[in-house]
Design a protein around this ligand. Structure first.
Ligand SMILES: Cc1cc2nc3c(=O)[nH]c(=O)nc-3n(C[C@H](O)[C@H](O)[C@H](O)COP(=O)(O)OP(=O)(O)OC[C@H]3O[C@@H](n4cnc5c(N)ncnc54)[C@H](O)[C@@H]3O)c2cc1C
Length: 400
């Protein structure tokens, strides 16, 4: 996806908790994460198993409903609190990829759904009774050029018939609902290619019996990602969210929040790598002194620390603006760029600091190193963020 809106399309101003309350939330998240140490993640990574116990614990703790307003059963605490939660998850050595979508995918329903859709789904999403973890946008041939997707949804009476394929639909096997983007009017029949796309809330439990199939993709990380195929899948017309043909805009409306939350995960990772590298550099003695006494070892860690601090400031600034309903696309994109680069620099430094032991599974460095690399590609690649800043912030000519 190539653009983001300049406004956060805010629905209700969250009641932001004070700093002391956020500190308590952070502490509680860290205590929960301590129950899921490196060994837990190592086993799941090796076996490519979904971390169901961790997802259940975070759900029971109420952490996944923080963006859902109280009126729908969530805590309505806002994005800054969600950022704090995801940062702590990652700083504790855990990984939020299996659950973060439950926090924010519902935003499309919240902002653009009908009153019936909101009251039917949001309270159940808030408790975790219903899992809305799947987001079907990317397709194999269109890639980042989202308006070129070829999955279609054709209206037939009281239903839409869906045909096509999605790729990289993460957590599809662990979700009850999917937010699906499909073309409802052919590209040739619309004035702008961003028109004629629509968003649906698909009940995957039904769809699996009626023409939808899911095929897992094995990747270098344990990410539960999949390909999803639609073969004459009939979904009720009431699955449409908002107006037909306006779906691309609805998807863009969710991008700022997603970028800020992913930036928070990167900041958490960067903290974990820096702490881990620092501890090892103090303790590992070679040539009769701690390796951290060598500036060639210490300086890259100090540099990674500084980059993570700067990225963190931008991330919290973006979240603050978002919570106030103010324009934040520049900050959201910049935060995602800086944080993903900071986490990768910290990962590389941490691995280098550990020398050969960085490659041993039991140190968790190689796993986190693989995991944090993702953020420069997904949910949006670095080049596309730079394109956004070049065109929409600096006013340079559009490149594509
Ligand atoms: C593990 C994983 C999980 C994912 N989960 C989901 C999910 O749940 N739902 C979903 O819908 N998608 C998901 N994605 C897809 C993800 O959003 C895309 O992979 C990402 O947006 C990049 O798209 P692409 O892979 O098609 O790359 P492409 O669009 O093919 O691009 C390839 C490379 O070329 C560069 N490039 C392309 N065009 C330009 C240009 N004009 N200027 C400069 N550089 C350019 C890109 O930056 C990129 O580096 C996931 C991906 C992964 C790997």
């Amino acid at each position: 996806m190539t653009e983001t809106t300049t406004h956060s399309a805010s629905h209700a101003t969250p009641h932001a908790p004070d700093e002391a309350s956020v500190d308590q939330i952070r502490e509680a998240v860290r205590a929960l994460c301590a129950r899921f140490p490196g060994e837990y993640w190592r086993v799941r990574d090796r076996e490519r198993k979904y971390p169901s116990e961790f997802v259940a614990a975070m759900t029971e703790g109420g952490y996944l409903g923080v963006l859902i307003p109280e009126a729908y059963g969530g805590s309505g605490l806002g994005l800054s609190t969600a950022v704090a939660i995801l940062e702590e998850v990652h700083a504790s050595g855990c990984n939020a990829a299996a659950l973060h979508a439950q926090m924010y995918t519902m935003g499309t329903v919240l902002r653009h759904g009908s009153p019936e859709q909101k009251s039917a789904w949001l309270p159940k999403i808030a408790t975790g009774e219903i899992r809305l973890q799947a987001f079907g946008v990317t397709e194999p041939t269109a890639g980042t050029d989202t308006t070129s997707i070829s999955t279609t949804a054709v209206r037939r009476g009281d239903a839409y018939v869906v045909n096509g394929q999605k790729v990289w639909t993460s957590r599809a096997e662990h979700s009850d609902l999917m937010v699906l983007l499909a073309r409802t009017t052919p590209k040739e029949a619309v004035a702008r290619k961003s028109e004629g796309l629509s968003v649906f809330l698909v009940d995957m439990r039904e769809a699996l019996r009626r023409g939808m199939t899911i095929k897992p993709i094995r990747t270098m990380i344990n990410h539960a990602t999949t390909e999803v195929f639609f073969d004459n899948l009939e979904i009720p017309a009431s699955s449409l969210i908002g107006e037909e043909g306006k779906g691309f805009r609805y998807i863009l409306d969710g991008m700022n929040a997603e970028r800020i939350l992913i930036a928070a995960e990167c900041v958490g990772d960067a903290r974990w790598f820096t702490d881990k590298a620092t501890a090892y550099a103090k303790e590992r003695v070679v040539f009769g002194r701690p390796i951290g006494q060598n500036q060639g070892v210490a300086f890259p860690i100090a540099r990674a620390y500084a980059a993570a601090r700067a990225a963190r400031l931008m991330t919290y600034e973006a979240a603050r603006l978002y919570d106030q309903g103010r324009p934040c696309a520049e900050e959201a994109n910049t935060a995602k760029l800086l944080a993903s680069e900071a986490s990768w620099a910290a990962a590389d430094t941490c691995l280098q600091t550990h020398g050969g032991f960085g490659f041993a599974e039991e140190y968790d460095v190689e796993r986190k190193f693989r995991e944090t690399r993702l953020y420069q590609v997904a949910p949006i690649s670095t080049n596309l963020i730079l394109s956004y800043l070049s065109e929409h912030v600096l006013g340079l000519p559009r490149s594509y």
